[in-house]
Design a protein around this ligand. Structure first.
Ligand code: HEM
Length: 242
């Protein structure tokens, strides 16, 4: 029994990887995206569920309010990628720098290779997730303006469809009061590609999120560098030569 034991403390080093900013972003993003998926799915199946107009307006209002938290957190992360340090920076996170090709070739040769930050597959996943989340944020903010006339574009869209421009406050979701029918049709056709982007990017996220969780789970089992808990306390347990 004694002979099979390995003194891991001499070969494994506790290495700080994920800053507090990254960990806060990650868990707030998980929480807000989860809520947005649940509320978004209820909106999506609204007709089948027999939800009333008032119910729809309430659901959309809650969805948009959670959306603001999600968007603020995502904008914080995007800025951090440019001004942050170490693994906060986009150069260390996305698969677009010169070193990526070599990293990928090394990874293909040795699947158990330890990476301080993201593995090359991890970088591809982060790139796809960031793209999809950004599409959700931009399209969501536009449709919030065209649907329930919420900021940042709600005032503009309400003004664009008002018959009497001095009474924009009369424009309410799902109401025809003070609405110019032609301007409304034009505004709804402007909104169409944004709704399409919001729904297709939602499908894409429903594919990416389980893939991301499975990839982390299998990487943890194979590499044993504590990548799951590293997103809680910030440390990975890596081979000494890393
Ligand atoms: C990861 C983030 C998000 C996910 C997964 C998500 C998901 C969804 C889904 C599935 C729907 C139903 C689509 C439909 O029935 O046509 C929806 C609708 C909506 N979303 Fe999001 N959303 C996200 C972020 C946002 C953000 C940031 C905002 C704005 C702040 C937003 C605003 C809206 C609005 C206004 C609707 C109602 C559109 C309609 O009239 O059907 N969403 N969302």
């Amino acid at each position: 029994m004694q002979n099979n034991q390995v003194n891991i403390t001499s070969t494994i080093v506790k290495t700080f990887v994920w800053s507090r900013n990254i960990r806060l972003f990650h868990w707030l993003n998980v929480l807000s995206v989860l809520l947005l998926i649940v509320i978004g799915s209820i909106i999506y199946f609204g007709k089948d569920l027999g939800i009333s107009t008032d119910g729809k307006i309430l659901l959309k209002t809650i969805h948009v309010c959670v959306g603001y938290v999600f968007a603020a957190n995502l904008i914080f992360r995007i800025i951090l990628g440019f001004i942050g340090k170490g693994y906060e920076r986009w150069g260390q996170t996305l698969p677009f720098n010169k070193a990526f090709k070599q990293e990928f070739a090394d990874f293909k040769k040795d699947k158990n290779k330890a990476f301080k930050g993201h593995s090359p597959l991890g970088k591809l996943m982060v790139g796809a997730l960031m793209l999809s989340l950004s599409i959700q944020m931009v399209s969501g903010l536009v449709i919030a303006g065209t649907d329930i006339y919420y900021p940042p574009f709600g005032q503009y869209f309400a003004g664009s469809i008002a018959q009497d421009k001095s009474q924009v406050a009369l424009i309410k979701p799902y109401s025809k009061e003070n609405v110019d029918a032609d301007a409304y049709t034009e505004m709804r056709s402007f909104r169409k590609p944004f709704i399409t982007a919001h729904v297709y990017s939602f499908y894409f996220l429903l594919l990416l999120i389980p893939l991301h969780i499975l990839a982390v789970f299998f990487a943890e089992r194979r590499e044993k560098h504590s990548i799951v808990s590293s997103m809680i306390h910030g440390y990975k347990y890596l081979p000494k030569d890393k």
